[in-house]
Design a protein around this ligand. Sequence first.
Ligand SMILES: [Zn+2]
Length: 208
Amino acid sequence: MARNACRTCQHTWNSRGSDKPTECPSCGGTLVYVVPFSFGPFIRLALLGAVVFTVVHFWDKIGPIISDLSSPKSPPAEAVPPEDRPEPQPAAVDDQVPPVDATLKVEGDGLPAQKVEPAAPEADPVAEAERQRQLEEARKAAEAEAKRQAREKEARRVLEMGKNFESNRNNLRAVEKYREVMERFKDTAAAKEAEGLERAIVERESGS
Ligand SMILES: [Zn+2]
């Protein structure tokens, strides 16, 4: 709605919409103009609410534009003559809503879309599954190695018992222990050593 005035007869009237008046409804004169008006407090409040509502609901689209504008100060909207300005909202923003930027930033930060984006690469389910698989593989390998070492240690303990018997000239018990190592701890270094020691005793005794 705009307030119009006629220069010829000073008649004033309201017109709907944003159409520029072309003719005075009173005298038919064409020297008509839009009266620049100031907003009352209630209209200012309503405009502020409309601006905030629009910005909150369309932050995705206008957020980047606003941040572009905020670094180099946007040209003042007052530069536009009032007659060419159908919606007075830009002026309202500049005039009375200095904290509007801060408000919008808070709202913008709360939007899920902006939080999801940076987290997206980490949340790649395929990469995460592969990472878990490798961790599990490494864990199993470490477990197997620990088991192998424990087995080797136990085999060596029995092997040492056999060596003790042998050094005490108890070849019968020594061979018994060497064979125990060979049977119970196959594929260990101790089993291979026990095999050599056992064969040496057997060959010595068969040779004597
Ligand atoms: Zn007139």
